[in-house]
Design a protein around this ligand. Structure first.
Ligand SMILES: Nc1ncnc2c1ncn2[C@@H]1O[C@H](COP(=O)(O)OP(=O)(O)OP(=O)(O)O)[C@@H](O)[C@H]1O
Length: 904
């Protein structure tokens, strides 16, 4: 884990150093934990250990530069023009970088004396959570910096503040200890700030997830002081809409930490953070980390986007739209009215294909307004960012026009129309008038202001052009005077303007009379270069005109940037509206083109899906030219009946159990994020918490076996699920001995039914469990149907009532390519085992088949039914009739019986 610059006090620089090294050490000391990119001319150079780390990480050469305390100084460097790529690589590898620039022209430094060092300072700390450049960011994902604070006494233990400084979105939420993991999984920050004390407390309470270690930055405790945070928060969010004193102490501390860190990393430039949204988490469906991973909402369990729900339904056409879609997918709503409002908007665009198409077409031309704005605010933006803002405003106005022409828009579309229609047209017109068609990335490159926009600029440019014409005239004159037809006036970065003649003519210019005019500069193999006083003078004038033009352009850029930033909050609102319209239209597109239906969402305990499909597997199966088999599910219940229903799903491996389980959980997620669902019809009572454990895997890296993981997760479900929750569980208890597993599964089903009353799907290979349907009123058995054909098993992927009588594991093993002799032997063993459990195998049969298999031969017999011997002995005890001696004997006898029983 890295330290941040807040932690260590600057140490003294070692004595006997060159002035430059002294400067290096001084700067390095105030930025511990960062690789120092030390600007030297056209390079960033790294020294000592930084150089070793960077050269290894970047695969660049490690060299030496001078000595320090008798040892070689290790050094490596990256050229300025490629620095962004290298920076990107280092950040991705988990390093943090301090960018140290030259703060003055080397000529200035020289004026102070030949030994004086160019002034340098760190202008920016680059960390995973504080990135803003497009090169460093995934356009379609948010990049959150989070800060976690803890107060020991108070109503809430923890608070989390998080922000994406590339867009300005800011949030703060009070959290109870058991919500921490869920929220961190939802937000998935790139960097987490917390104090050492907070980390220690989390570790002690087993709340510090191992994955957080890789993103944590430890900050000094002062930074997390809730009282010191108040004035900082007031000055950072002057808007009246936000009152920091309304936050909890932990909330203030978390947000204060975040703001302080952002300020420090940006070295005084202020990120355009928006007034924070408070406690937004409470409005969304709780989904814990294991459920997110099991359902593969944003990425698959292998960490890939391909195959995730997000990828399947993301038809957005803009990057901000894609980010919002991911955010909504990660946080489905839990208020029926809010969900229905979203569904109304989607529904309108599902019905109106023409409008949807037109909106999506226009949205395509809307650039990433929020990120452009953020870069401008952080003084990292260029002409292209200004142009992007102008284009986004134009697109917004166009979109508003289409929408305005529609009668009776649903409330969300109506308010989007208002916001889009109010886009600052004057600003966009100004930007369009000022900015040329082709734009450089950086304003310092100049040449981005349209001719005709600024009279003074045009004048300077004309002057530049004129002087260039004068250069051409001078070339013609010199040609005549020297009679060298091949004489040319050229320009390069080193010499500036110069006269060049082929080597054969060089001598001529070195001699009288030309040597009066031509001053020799350079001799090359086949050319000779000269200058003249007139040319030097002209060069000065050209440079001056260029400099003057650039200065005017820079001033115009600054003015346009300031005008744009003055509209920051309006533009941020506009960015939101564009993203929301994109998401709404994209969800409508998915819904309309894939045959999804609008779900009925209310506050009941309904969960009735007819013809449900898995949104991702369906695409996959169809791409292979097959059809997906739709299945119904009905887990509906009511308060009066004691809660929702529980379906026990049995069926062979590969029969489609996992797909069926997951598809129902995904349908709930889609419905509550405000999307249509892959089904013929769906009625869903809002799910407050969703739990899914399908396809549990080992967590060996963290020292937990499959079984342990499964039990920890089952415990979390049984402790946290409510009547309004949806629980989807696959094969609980399979990771341990059969009877243990069965009993745990049995008890879990009973608890879900009797205590929790949630809606649940429970897949199992323990066929014994299906008898629970006889005793528990809201438990029903369903099975994945299969057909046997010529000894082969055919999976129908169809859910029907009833329980499976066998698992077809051996058939699946054969499909998987297990060698024929192993399959044949397995069949033999299975036959005997089945007969034995049915009590029909003869002892000679058992002996002949199983003797070769010690593993099976020694399997313990099932525990005898009826009372256990300890209970029987206890029943027989008559304490009133016993002598003390007999009582002691009886006690010893009981202990022995107990020990015997536990051994057998
Ligand atoms: N409803 C369906 N329609 C068409 N194909 C399906 C359907 N359900 C599942 N499949 C196909 O069957 C494969 C196996 O499904 P799934 O993983 O759900 O089986 P399973 O019963 O959970 O198996 P296991 O118990 O081994 O985990 C899927 O990858 C998919 O290709």
């Amino acid at each position: 884990m890295d330290q941040s610059p807040f932690e260590a006090a600057p140490g003294p620089a070692p004595a006997g150093l060159t002035p430059m090294m002294a400067q290096f050490f001084e700067i390095k000391a105030v930025n511990p934990g960062y690789l120092l990119f030390y600007r030297m001319g056209d390079f960033y150079e790294l020294f000592f250990e930084d150089a070793e780390i960077a050269s290894a990480a970047l695969g660049i050469v490690l060299t030496k530069r001078g000595k320090h305390l008798g040892e070689d100084i290790q050094m490596c460097g990256v050229p300025i023009h490629a620095a962004n790529d290298y920076l990107n690589k280092l950040i991705r590898l988990g390093h943090r970088v301090a960018i140290c620039e030259q703060m003055e022209d080397p000529a200035e430094a020289k004026k102070r004396g030949s030994k004086s060092v160019v002034r340098r300072d760190v202008v920016r700390l680059v960390t995973p959570g504080t990135l803003t450049e497009d090169d460093h960011l995934d356009a379609r994902s948010a990049n959150y910096l989070a800060a976690l604070a803890m107060v020991r006494h108070g109503e809430t233990d923890f608070a989390l503040a998080w922000a994406d400084i590339s867009t300005g979105e800011t949030f703060v939420s009070d959290l109870a200890a058991d919500q921490l993991g869920d929220e961190m999984a939802r937000i998935a920050p790139a960097e987490l700030l917390l104090s050492d004390a907070t980390r220690a407390a989390l570790v002690e309470r087993h709340l510090f997830a191992p994955a957080w270690g890789g993103i944590a930055s430890i900050i000094a405790p002062e930074l997390a002081d809730s009282e010191a945070a108040l004035p900082l928060l007031r000055s950072s969010f002057p808007s009246e809409a936000f009152d920091p004193s309304a936050l909890s102490r932990a909330g203030r501390a978390a947000l204060g930490t975040l703001i302080g860190y952002v300020g420090e990393s940006q070295k005084g430039r202020s990120a355009p953070l928006r007034p924070p949204l408070i406690n937004a988490a409470a409005a969304s469906m709780a989904i814990d980390a294991a459920t997110r991973s099991s359902l593969e909402l944003l990425i698959t369990q292998r960490g890939q986007a391909k195959g995730s729900l997000r990828q399947a339904i993301d038809l957005t056409v803009t990057a901000p739209g894609a980010r919002l879609l991911a955010t909504r997918l990660a946080a489905p709503l839990r208020r029926a009215d809010a969900i229905n409002e979203r569904l109304d908007a989607v529904s309108r665009l599902v019905e109106d294909t023409l409008l949807r198409g037109r909106l999506r077409q226009d949205l395509k031309s809307a650039p990433d307004l929020a990120r452009a704005l953020s870069r401008l605010a952080l003084e990292r933006g260029g002409p292209r960012d200004l142009a992007a803002i102008g284009k986004a405003v134009d697109a917004a106005l166009e979109l508003a026009q289409h929408l305005r022409a529609q009668p009776d828009l649903p409330s969300i579309l109506d308010s989007l129309t208002q916001t889009l229609g109010a886009a600052p047209q004057a600003l966009a017109s100004e930007l369009a008038a000022a900015l040329d068609d082709e734009l450089p990335l950086l304003s310092r490159d100049g040449g981005f202001i349209r001719p005709g926009y600024d009279a003074r600029l045009d004048e300077e440019r004309a002057l530049g052009r004129e002087t260039r014409a004068v250069v051409a005239a001078l070339q013609a004159r010199l040609m005549d005077e020297t009679d060298v037809r091949s004489l040319k006036i050229k320009h390069n970065g080193v010499l500036g303007y110069f006269v060049e003649v082929p080597a054969a003519h060089g001598q001529k210019l070195l001699e009288a009379p030309h040597r009066e005019t031509f001053i020799h500069r350079q001799t090359l193999a086949n050319a000779m270069r000269f200058t003249t006083t007139e040319l030097a003078d002209l060069e000065g004038r050209i440079a001056q005109a260029q400099g003057a033009a650039l200065e005017i352009e820079q001033a115009i850029f600054t003015r346009l940037r300031d005008e744009t930033l003055a509209a920051t909050s309006q533009l941020q609102g506009l960015a939101d509206a564009l993203a929301e319209l994109d998401v709404t239209a994209a969800l409508a597109e998915v819904s309309a083109t894939r045959g999804y239906c609008r779900p009925i969402v209310d506050d009941s305990l309904a969960f009735a899906i007819s013809g449900g499909r898995h949104p991702v597997v369906e695409l996959m199966v169809k791409s292979e030219g097959q059809s997906f088999v739709a299945n119904d599910a009905d887990l509906s219940g009511s308060e009066e009946s004691g809660g929702g229903s529980l379906w026990l799903v049995t069926g062979p491996n590969m029969g489609g159990k996992s797909t069926f389980l997951r598809q129902n959980a995904l349908i709930a997620v889609l419905a509550q994020m405000g999307c249509y669902v892959p089904a013929d019809s769906a009625h869903i009572g809002v799910v407050d918490r969703l739990f899914s454990r399908v396809g549990a895997s080992d967590d060996i890296a963290h020292g937990r076996s499959t079984f342990m993981v499964e039990m920890v997760e089952t415990a979390a479900i049984l402790n946290r699920a409510t009547r309004k929750s949806l629980v989807v569980l696959d094969e609980i208890g399979r990771g341990t001995a059969t009877f243990d597993g069965l009993s745990i599964a049995w008890a879990a089903v009973e608890a879900l039914h009797e205590t929790t009353g949630c809606r649940a799907l429970f897949a199992t290979h323990f066929h014994e469990l299906t008898s629970l349907a006889k005793t528990l009123s809201r438990v029903a058995n369903v099975t994945m149907k299969v057909r046997e054909w010529e000894g082969e098993v055919v999976f129908l992927h169809e859910v029907g009532p009833g329980a499976a009588d066998r698992s077809y594991g051996i058939q699946v093993a054969r499909l998987a390519g297990l060698p024929a002799p192993v399959i044949a032997r397995a069949k033999q063993v299975l036959d005997v085992l089945e007969q034995r459990s049915a009590g029909t195998a003869s002892s000679s049969q058992k002996a002949s088949v199983l003797d070769d298999l010690p593993l099976f031969a020694h399997q313990p017999p099932p525990a005898p039914k009826g009372k256990d011997p300890v209970h029987e002995a206890l029943d027989a005890v008559r304490p009133d009739e016993m002598t003390p001696r007999q009582a002691i004997d009886a006690l010893y006898q009981l202990k022995k019986l107990r020990d015997d029983a536990s051994r057998s």
